[in-house]
Design a protein around this ligand. Sequence first.
Ligand SMILES: *Cc1c(COP(=O)(O)O)cnc(C)c1O
Length: 380
Amino acid sequence: MGFATKAIHAGQDPDPTTGAIITPIYQTSTFVQERLGQHKGFEYARTHNPTRLALERNLAALEHGRFAYCFASGMSAITAILMMLKEEEHCIVSDNTYGGTFRLFDKVLKPLGLRFSYVNTCNIDEIRSAVCPQTKMLFIETPTNPIMLLTDIAAAAELCKDYGLKLVVDNTFMSPYFQQPLKLGADIVVHSTTKFLNGHSDSVGGAVILNDEADAEHISFLQNSVGAILSPFDSWLVLRGIKTLAVRMRQHEENGRAVANFLVEHPKVKKVFYPGLEIHPQYELAKRQMSGFGSMISFDVGSYEKAAQFLNSVQLCSLAESLGGVESLVCHPASMTHASVPTEERKRLGITDGLVRISVGIEDVEDIIADLSQALDRLS
Ligand SMILES: *Cc1c(COP(=O)(O)O)cnc(C)c1O
């Protein structure tokens, strides 16, 4: 079955009681049992909910996983994965990971006794050098946010096999439409469904998808024990969003390429970061492990003042955090999404004060480019 067909149908049979084609929002906290010890597979809605279950089955199918679990946010999904580790155990992390992930690891989980090393995971040897006897997990994001650097997932998976580590891939930026890490050897995929999967900027959620049965039981146990579950209504919104994932991603990518090509040619733009450009240092790897390049682009306009002037001049594009919605959003990573990353570290990662990030939406691309053009032309 093709991707678009699975996106629309996987996990979603017509409602057994009414025939409704759309999985209903099962807005209920409990399920009546027929008699003691006999029920229909649902007991209490933190543990299982039919709307959430439909979404979990759908996501498992799209990521080529056997199991999926949905959470109240991308951060709670990442938290559940890290809770598989015990005190003193060590996790190696992409150094230019999402700001919220860094904050969770550094400010919440490190004080509880987990250990982290942040390395440039673009370089497999740097990962290898960071492995120590306590290392249990490699957590990568590819492409990274906002510099759009890639980690070779298949090579990282091989290294993880050598050392008995679990490879976790945050696949939020590409969505399963363009990148399927489990097929490349990853153990666990995590998503912020808030972004491309839901795609309409109207819900916050997260998901964990994996193949190993023992790990799946552990994540399921954590989902139920910690309780940060995705609500029935949000599950329904994400299911609805995913029905158009294939067509949206195709348009995001077409618009993304056009905007990247426009920015590269523009005299006021110093540098463009987009894996679909031949000048991207990892263009070959991008072609190998992704089936498209997505619509996340960062570019440098030279200084904080120019970035501010640009961001205050756009009219169609909205100044906002987040990404992956149908509408084009622009933001300033240094002061917004990556404000929790220390200044020195931001400098080292290349998150300059002149850097602007755009999540290219699926409006008419001529309108997006006209807006960027008028805002860039105002820069002194
Ligand atoms: C947004 C995001 C997250 C966090 O997800 P929330 O749904 O906001 O909790 C994690 N990773 C990446 C790459 C993200 O873009």
